[in-house]
Ligand binder design. Structure first.
Ligand SMILES: [Zn+2]
Ligand SMILES: [Zn+2]
Ligand SMILES: [Zn+2]
Length: 251
């Protein structure tokens, strides 16, 4: 399986409008360091999925490269905003797997257009072709699911948004040993908000779960600036993801 990061930014993305910090200045000078809202694409031999729809160009993205279904982590606007114009399109229905959150986001669950929502339950896996997708609960300000993908050969966990991990999710991950773990890391140390990780929390989860590598996503400009000044903050095996990065977990 192949995961492509379509966005690795937090709700305010990078560069932040009006900000001249080191990270924002760097992103303006070098567009490869910009960060769109966190989202990703998963390609397998028999199907393609997307995780979250925070990019404003969600529709054109999947018109250019179609998908079979969308997995939502949660209904915060930076994860669903691309669906607002998309739903009125004339294209065929798109199945959207999502956590059970009746409030949704604005009128998205009342006026669904071409979207067909299906609710997922934590730890109840679904089969999509040969891929098994297990939703795992995350610790965030509204119902949020991470996803563990198993194609029969290797495993990948995609976990955002979250502050640390719930105990049952951590236990599941230790037992199922993902080769690669993609994990929320939004704020620099000391700026944690109870809804997202700092590098200290990511280090703790990386030590507990011991994937071959942990990639940090949902990165704010302030964390980017902090990491530029503190490059040794990551443990061996930990790295920060970037927009456009492609990974293929080893078998
Ligand atoms: Zn978010
Ligand atoms: Zn900035
Ligand atoms: Zn969120």
């Amino acid at each position: 399986m192949r995961l492509t990061f379509l966005g690795t930014g937090a709700v305010d993305a990078v560069p932040l409008r009006g900000c001249d910090c080191r990270a924002c200045a760097n992103a303006r000078a070098f567009p490869q360091h910009c960060r769109a809202p966190a989202s990703a694409r998963l390609d397998l031999p028999d199907r393609s999925l997307m995780i979250d729809a925070g990019r404003g160009d969600f529709g054109p993205l999947i018109d250019a490269n179609p998908i079979d279904a969308l997995l939502l982590t949660h209904f915060h606007v930076d994860h669903v905003q691309g669906l607002f114009p998309f739903r009125w399109g004339l294209a065929p229905q798109l199945t959207v797997y999502a956590p059970d959150d009746p409030a949704g986001c604005a009128d998205l669950l009342r006026h669904t257009g071409c979207l067909e929502f299906a609710t997922l339950d934590a730890f109840k896996p679904i089969a999509l072709g040969r891929l098994t997708v297990t939703p795992v609960p995350l610790h965030h300000s509204r119902p949020t699911l991470g996803y563990v993908f198993d194609d029969g050969q290797t495993r990948l966990a995609y976990l955002t948004d979250t502050a640390a991990l719930p105990e049952d999710t951590r236990a599941f991950l230790i037992q199922h040993a993902p080769e690669t773990m993609v994990l929320d890391c939004t704020h620099p140390p000391g700026a944690g908000c109870g809804n997202h990780n700092t590098p200290d929390e990511v280090c703790a989860e990386h030590r507990a779960i011991q994937p071959r590598r942990t990639l940090m996503t949902h990165v704010s400009h302030s964390l980017d600036a902090w990491l530029m000044a503190n490059p040794a903050a990551c443990l061996p095996g930990m790295a920060i993801a970037s927009d456009g990065q492609v990974i293929e977990p080893a078998i």
